[in-house]
Structures are given as structure tokens and as C-alpha cells.
Ligand binder design. Sequence first.
Ligand code: NAD
Ligand code: LMR
Length: 342
Amino acid sequence: MVKVTVCGAAGGIGQPLSLMLKMNPYINELSLFDVVNVPGVGTDLSHIDTDTKVTYHLKSDDNNTGLSQALKDSNFVIIPAGVPRKPGMTRDDLFKINAGICSELATGIAETCPDAAVLVISNPVNSTVPVFAEVFKKKGIFNPRKLFGVTTLDSVRANTFISEVATNEADKAPSAFNIRVVGGHSGETIVPLFSVCAPHVYALEDEKKIDALVHRVQYGGDEVVQAKNGAGSATLSMAYAGYKFLHAVLAASTGDTTIIESSYVYLDDSIPGAKETKEIIKGLYGGESLDYFAMPVVLSKEGIKEIKSDILSRVNNKEKELLKICCKTLAGNIAKGASFSQ
Ligand code: NAD
Ligand code: LMR
């Protein structure tokens, strides 16, 4: 029996994400949780004739036991709960509200389904993932192999944007690419590794085109925020990306050992590749190493099997510079999240 809970299921991401999950044959029960509107979303989805059973829970249900009812027996929890950006805001501006929401959800998970894999979408991901980790550590249930910051949208964008500038016909389809994006999930902490993943795209021999492409991936979220003009940030592309990542985690949990996806993870020494990743970051950054970084990870039944550190040793000089800038900002973001619950 596979149970997936979506926290923030009635929101802009939560609704289309839940629709896609209702169509996933691996999932037996889809549990929807929110503080508002979730009975409507849950009832609507429950009429779809796929085999996945839908349950829904408001926080206020049965004397405020809605969260524990939603989470009970969950194997996977995906979290698009929290406020989105408006034009002029950074993701960091969301921290105060969203860190509180994440801390509350983390406490619920630790108390109700401590073995679940947890996938964090709520921004700022660079800081909210450390919020989850710290709550889990305090509760004595932290498993670094099962905590994932969802950064898939960055590689989804990189694949799309590079295909738009490709000059050779074969590369004009986004599906021709699998660009790895490392670092974090905001502005200059987003580092797409085009030199490693797409050496054959002729358009990228032009320095200016590479710079423009990197910038577009780093600030792709702003494009959507501006276009939505006050009505929020990316929801549909994020639902797609969240679904893509959860599907990969689910597929790996059934025994597929070939799946590699990028995610913002805790670099715990017990995970193969984590120490090497920290060493390389330390060398590039020149300061202390970082405890969290988005990296390609090999997924397995137990969560993260290995961190693919080798990708960082193959980057070019330009990408080394981008990584240095990334590390500086990321260090502050991590410290902010890690100190929240203290
Ligand atoms: P939204 O406002 O449309 O939806 C958020 C939902 O969370 C709402 O339904 C709200 O009621 C619910 N919520 C609030 N407090 C809650 C709580 N304590 N428990 C459960 N649910 C709660 O926002 P959205 O557009 O869906 O975005 C959600 C979050 O995802 C934002 O923080 C946004 O910045 C982030 N986001 C991340 C990525 C990424 O790549 N990781 C991409 C896009 C958006
Ligand atoms: C994104 O990259 O689209 C999300 O992180 C939402 C945002 O605030 O830009």
C-alpha cells in the first residue's frame, strides 16, 4: 500500500499536482491536507475513475487533528504549502511565514509518519529544507536519505530554454536534454551545468548566449511572477516538476536502481558521495563547506543511495565562478533556516 499526502493540496500547485497524482498507478491512497478549501478539491478529485483512493482533511477537523489524520501511515509527503511571491519580492521574503508553516508540518510528520520520504516545495527551499531537518533532528527521527528539496523546476526550465536557442535541428526538442542544475533554488544559487550536460549544442559556443541562458534559468521564476502580475508564481510548471520528481522517488521505491534526479539535499557523511561533494565545494568556495546542496542523486528503495559528486569535478572555469557566488549566498540561506527552530 502506497499512501501519498499533499500538504497545501488546495493551492495553485497543490490542485494540479493532486490531479496528476490521482492518475498515478503506484499510489493507492492520495491524502489531501490544507487549512482551507480542501473538501471541495478532494470531493472533485474523488469522482475521477482511477483506482487511487482520495481522502481529504482540513487542519481544523475533529478538534484540530486534521494533520495527523492526513499523515497517518503516509509513505511520501509532498509539501507545496505556504505563500507564493508577488512582483518585487524575493523568495527570502517568504521565509518568515513559510518557515513557521514548514516547522508545524515537520512536527506533524515527525510525530505521525517519521519514516516517510519528505519532498519540500515551499519557498525559500534553500532555507525551508534546513527547517525540516532541524525539527527532525530535535525529534530524533532525521533520515537525510529521505529529505528532498524539490529543485526539478530548474532543470525543467534549463531543458526548455536551451532547446529554444539550439541551432541544430536535432536539439530543438526539450526532451533531447537532461541538464543538471546544482546549488540551490533561488537566483544566483541556481547553477545550471551546461558545459557538462550539453557540450554539443552549437549555440553555446557563443559566450553571450551562454550567459543569457544561465541568467534565464536563474531568474525563470521571476518571469512567471511578473507575467502573473500579482496572482502568484509558477503553479502549473511546478506541479509538473513536483510530479516528475515524486514519480521518480516512487519508481525508485519499487526497486528501480537506475534513476538519477537532482534535489537539494543534506550532505550527510553516511551517504556515498557526500564527503566528496563537500570537499569540492570547500575547494571552490574557499570557506567552510556547506551542509546542503542541490546535486544529482541516485534514488533507491531507501531514498538517496548516492550523491553524484563527480559532476562538480567536470565543470568549466565559468561554472566554477558561478558556484563560488552560489556558495556565498547559499551559506547565509542555510544558516537562516537551520537557526529558525532554535
Ligand atoms: P498558493 O497560495 O496557491 O497555495 C498554498 C496553499 O498552502 C494554500 O492552499 C494554503 O491554504 C496552504 N497552506 C497555508 N498554510 C498551510 C498549512 N499550515 N498547512 C497546510 N497548507 C497550508 O501557493 P502556490 O502557488 O501553490 O505556492 C506554494 C509554495 O510553493 C510557495 O511557497 C511557492 O513559493 C513555492 N514554489 C516553489 C517552487 C519550487 O521550485 N520549489 C516552485 C513554485 C512555487
Ligand atoms: C519558481 O522558481 O518558479 C518558484 O521558486 C517560485 C518563485 O517564487 O519564483
